[in-house]
Ligand binder design. Structure first.
Ligand code: TMP
Length: 236
């Protein structure tokens, strides 16, 4: 299999078609954005960390029965994945209050939530990915009722598996974002799971090991990303 033409370029990844119509190649970039593209920068080595981190976690999830788009890592920043039709819904799962939830509901960051919270956002940059509920998703035909139920059930399962796995390497999973795709009539996990798309806090020091270091100009961004990858690799 070989990559052919550029199919799509997003904020953090490029997607290339390949000689196999059912496969695309994702290439992770060092480019970083926040606040819907308002803040732009580069995080040296981010492409490598996110590619390897995401593939590592997808492999772990696959072992526990979660189907993902992962096919094969082909270089430090490039991976062959199944060509899915992305469901235009971003699923956010929250265990601990942080970020936009803390702001919207005035709950201090770090407050444990009594139950895991699941939110849907409409994946639309022009609108700034607004939060929606099941009714909006159905009204806009973003997914069917059955698909929404499958997406919610996989998301909660991913949360349990990730939390347990990360706790062994002293990382608290505060919240994260998932995206799903349609492939061969099934809903499978797509996109990435990385310090760009999760909040990871060191369990002991509560130090942030994720993109909030970039969003909030906390410094030590590259080191935090590398720290997550090195803990994951050590966890094998
Ligand atoms: P939020 O608190 O800003 O809503 O973010 C919740 C989680 O979703 C956090 O782990 C970061 C992730 N996220 C993305 O992956 N992409 C995005 O565009 C946003 C806004 C958040």
């Amino acid at each position: 299999m070989e990559k052919t033409i550029l199919f799509y370029e997003g904020k953090a990844k490029k997607v290339f078609l390949t000689t196999d119509p059912k496969v695309v190649m994702v290439q992770y970039k060092d480019d970083a954005t926040a606040f819907n593209g308002l803040k732009k920068g580069q995080i040296a080595g981010k492409g490598i960390v996110n590619n390897k981190c995401s593939n590592h976690l997808f492999q772990m999830l696959e072992k526990h029965g979660i189907e993902t788009h992962l096919i094969e890592e082909i270089s430090d920043t490039e991976t062959f994945v199944k060509k899915v039709e992305i469901v235009p819904i971003e699923v956010i799962v929250r265990n601990i209050a942080a970020g936009s939830l803390s702001k919207r509901l005035n709950i201090p960051e770090g407050t444990a939530l009594s139950i895991t919270v699941l939110e849907f956002c409409y994946k639309n940059d022009e609108l700034g990915d607004p939060m929606i509920n099941d009714y909006h998703a159905l009204a806009m035909n973003l997914a069917t009722q059955i698909e929404l139920e499958i997406i919610k059930s996989i998301s909660f399962k991913v949360n349990s598996l990730l939390r347990e796995y990360l706790s062994d390497i002293y990382i608290d999973l505060i919240d994260f974002k998932l995206e799903f795709g349609r492939y061969d009539g099934k809903i499978i996990l797509a996109d990435e799971i990385s310090p760009d798309t999760c909040r990871f806090w060191d369990s002991k020091t509560k130090e942030k090991l994720d993109k909030d270091r970039f969003r909030r100009d906390l410094g030590g961004v590259e080191d935090a990303y590398k720290e997550v990858l090195s803990r994951l690799i050590g966890a094998k």
